[in-house]
Design a protein around this ligand. Structure first.
Ligand code: AMP
Ligand code: MN
Ligand code: MN
Ligand code: MN
Length: 282
């Protein structure tokens, strides 16, 4: 497999199996059209799309690595850890993800109760209609319902006025631990990558602690070029990767053709100062 930093690798996106709107097959087609050479579907806390994604990629001649994006709680903040090159049939990983998904339904009910108090009725049922996977009802599905009902212009506006800390519909939640998530990924033969590090509202010291602990646990990479980073953040996190000895990853975090600013594969190359995470998939 290619280890060049200029490979068109897209190692982060979502299908209807989590909070995306396209099927694994439609994503594979789109990745192919956009020139993706190495692809991973990384649904939140779910492996249900892996067999289909892998089969579709094989038909189109795209290299594929199985992936997942695990929700964790780090110092009371939600952080996402991407696992790449995992064995999607690994029992320990499957069970860990099942536990991680477990609280989503109760959380969604509590979110709907809060929204009802500000006059938004029926959001649990409404969000559920958007959830392709009943075990994976997420804030994104609530956001789509709020847009449909005319409460907000688009999902980005939803995440400014609802569903986030201090706004209606936000419910604190305890996800997996960092230690468990990295261990599940590694025991399933994969490599662990910190997703979109520029998105967390952690202090610099808390980020330092996250990198250090992640590294101690055997975490290998951080996302540098991602649809969730601004171009100046590519530079910031390229430097962090070099400083901590992490490999760099690249992925659109694509969810939906209208909602996502960054399409599959249409991202700048990884900076040449970085060792690409795909160099480990030999
Ligand atoms: P959940 O796992 O239910 O907490 O939902 C998290 C998902 O909400 C993320 O994976 C994103 O898809 C979406 N999301 C969170 N914050 C934002 C934001 N500011 N803008 C757009 N989507 C967001
Ligand atoms: Mn998402
Ligand atoms: Mn994420
Ligand atoms: Mn994501």
């Amino acid at each position: 497999m290619n280890t060049s930093p200029v490979l068109n690798a897209d190692l982060h996106c979502h299908s209807v199996v989590s909070d995306g709107t396209l099927s694994p097959e439609a994503l594979a087609e789109r990745a192919h059209l956009n020139g993706v050479q190495l692809w991973s579907l990384t649904d939140h806390d779910e492996l249900g799309g892996q067999v289909r994604a892998q089969a579709a990629a094989a038909i189109l001649g795209i290299d594929y690595v199985a992936g997942v994006e695990i929700s964790i709680t780090w110092l009371d903040h939600t952080v996402h850890i991407v696992g790449l090159g995992i064995d999607p049939t690994h029992a320990g990983l499957i069970e860990g993800l099942r536990q991680t998904r477990d609280g989503r339904r109760n959380r969604a009910q509590a979110m709907a109760e809060q929204l009802a108090k500000v006059g938004i009725k029926g959001s649990f049922e409404g969000a559920q209609l958007y959830a392709g996977n009943p075990e994976l009802i997420s804030r994104t599905h609530f956001a789509r319902f709020l847009v449909e009902q005319g409460f907000c212009r688009d999902t980005e506006t939803v995440f400014k006025n609802y569903l986030v800390a201090g706004k209606p519909g936000y419910v604190q939640h305890r996800w997996a631990t960092l230690d468990n998530a990295v261990q599940w990924i590694r025991s399933a033969g994969g490599v662990a990558v910190i997703a979109h590090p520029g998105r967390y509202h952690l202090t610099p010291l808390q980020m330092t602690e996250l990198y250090a602990r992640f590294k101690d646990l055997g975490g290998l990479g951080i996302e540098v070029v991602t649809g969730s980073h601004s171009p100046d953040q590519y530079q910031t996190f390229a430097k962090i990767a070099v400083d901590y000895g992490f490999m760099g990853s690249r992925g659109s975090d694509f969810h939906d053709p209208r909602e996502s600013h960054t399409d599959l594969g249409l991202l700048p190359n990884l900076p040449s100062s970085l060792k690409p995470i795909w160099s480990v998939f030999h």
